[in-house]
Design a protein around this ligand. Structure first.
Ligand SMILES: [Fe+2]
Length: 432
């Protein structure tokens, strides 16, 4: 979905930027690191590198390269993620048992497709560029999504290693939670959805109206320190705080703390991409499920915001309202912290809007009024997942710059914890 005017040169410049960034993210990882699948939700690094390549091969080269032949006959089967219209695919939960192609050979595959994409795009007239730019740009944003997933996934892989390997970065200085402020929002009849000429996924459209009662949002994310208070007050042991499905998960999985926390001699430690350290109370809590976020909000006497409340507040808050008009700023992956950081000084406006943690909302992931996925296999990109998932907003410390905006809708099942997710509280419009 774009109205941007692309040329062969600008497309290829962007193509090289996005593709080389994926390889930079994989650089600190050995071929063995890149092969492990630590749980069904996690994909091996080399699979991510190959799958985003398959995307360009399948949706751009196969349909537009004269005399197209796949790089390798079975790659379409190995690296198709979920596109039924493209054909059968290898079992997702068993990606980690596939030793070949190895990390090096995935690099050869990437290089081959890169050469062919460059040859193809360089040979196209402007009219054909105009027709194909949407697919190529979707490939950029698709690869950026996988750049974020690659980091979330390798975080889990490394978390299971007793050697406590470091991916990159260094821990933030100790911080204490600062006072929580609130930003009042008038509500009313508001517009929700993507609205400018830049790229969006189909699920951010159409732009439409929604009615919002007056409300307010916390000016920062919930912190580890506040989460420790929730735990100390029996947060994980009190069924009255929990949604029924959430309480069932607490009982089934023995949840007693956020996903990457472990207790050693009475001290809580957190696994991060830069090692394992004592939980830092001033940093945002992360790797909590929607169920945990909801239980915390109930314990705090508040609630989670709806996705429309989040988006409208961001657009009307001067400090944060750069979602569709300028590059959103925040603790995104270009800061290379690879972890949420403290909120910084209060401004009277929303802090930590972009980056740090994806923020759980209370909204089910559903089509906007008038939503129609595109025809063909690419229509499977988003629409078919609009069931049993909750929306998250804002991006996280692993989100590539250029991949966060006010209308962006991320989504995960409510029990998911391996994603870099946290929460911001919401409340009615009047102070209690
Ligand atoms: Fe994908």
């Amino acid at each position: 979905m774009t109205a941007r005017q692309w040329t062969a040169d600008t497309l290829l410049t962007r193509y090289d930027e996005v593709r080389s960034h994926t390889e930079r993210l994989a650089e600190p990882l050995s071929p063995e690191d890149q092969t492990v699948q630590s749980m069904p939700d996690v994909s091996p690094t080399k699979w991510h590198r190959a799958h985003v390549t398959w995307f360009f091969e399948t949706f751009l080269l196969a349909e537009n390269e004269s005399g197209f032949k796949p790089f390798q006959d079975k790659y379409w089967f190995l690296f198709n993620s979920y596109y039924e219209a493209v054909g059968p695919r290898y079992n997702r939960a068993e990606r980690g048992v596939v030793s070949r192609p190895g990390a090096h050979d995935v690099g050869v595959y990437r290089g081959n497709v890169d050469d062919r994409v460059r040859d193809l795009v360089s040979s196209l007239d402007q009219g054909t560029i105009d027709k194909l730019a949407g697919t190529i740009e979707l490939g950029f944003h698709h690869e950026q999504q996988h750049q974020e997933l690659l980091l979330m996934d390798i975080k889990h892989v490394l978390s299971l290693n007793p050697l406590q390997p470091v991916y990159a970065g260094s821990p933030a200085a100790h911080a204490e939670p600062d006072a929580l402020g609130w930003v009042d929002v008038a509500g009313g009849l508001v517009e929700i959805g993507h609205r400018d000429a830049g790229f969006s996924f189909d699920n951010e459209l159409p732009l439409h109206q929604q009615w919002l009662e007056p409300y307010r949002l916390a000016d920062r994310l919930v912190t580890n320190g506040e989460w420790l208070e929730f735990m100390a007050d029996g947060g994980y042991r009190r069924p009255e705080l929990w949604l029924s499905d959430g309480w069932a998960q607490v009982r089934t999985h023995g949840w007693a703390a956020p996903f990457y926390w472990t207790e050693v001699d009475g001290v809580w430690f957190e696994h991060t991409l830069h090692g394992t350290f004592p939980v830092n109370p001033g940093l945002p809590v992360s790797h909590v499920s929607h169920y945990e976020a909801d239980a915390f909000a109930t314990w705090a006497g508040k609630r989670l915001p709806t996705e429309a409340e989040w988006e409208h507040a961001v657009r009307t808050d001067t400090a944060a309202d750069n979602g569709d008009t300028a590059e959103p700023v925040g603790n995104l992956a270009d800061t290379e912290t690879f972890h949420p950081r403290a909120a910084g000084e209060a401004t009277g406006r929303l802090r930590q809007v972009y980056g740090d943690c994806w923020e759980w909302t209370s909204s089910a992931y559903l089509p906007y009024p008038g939503f129609h996925p595109p025809a063909g296999a690419i229509g499977e990109y988003n629409g078919k997942f609009m069931s049993n998932q909750m929306v998250l907003r804002g991006g996280c410390a692993l989100t590539p710059p250029g991949h966060a905006r006010a209308s962006y809708r991320n989504f995960f099942p409510p029990g998911a914890r391996w994603a870099l997710s946290g929460l911001r509280l919401a409340d009615g419009g009047e102070p209690r």
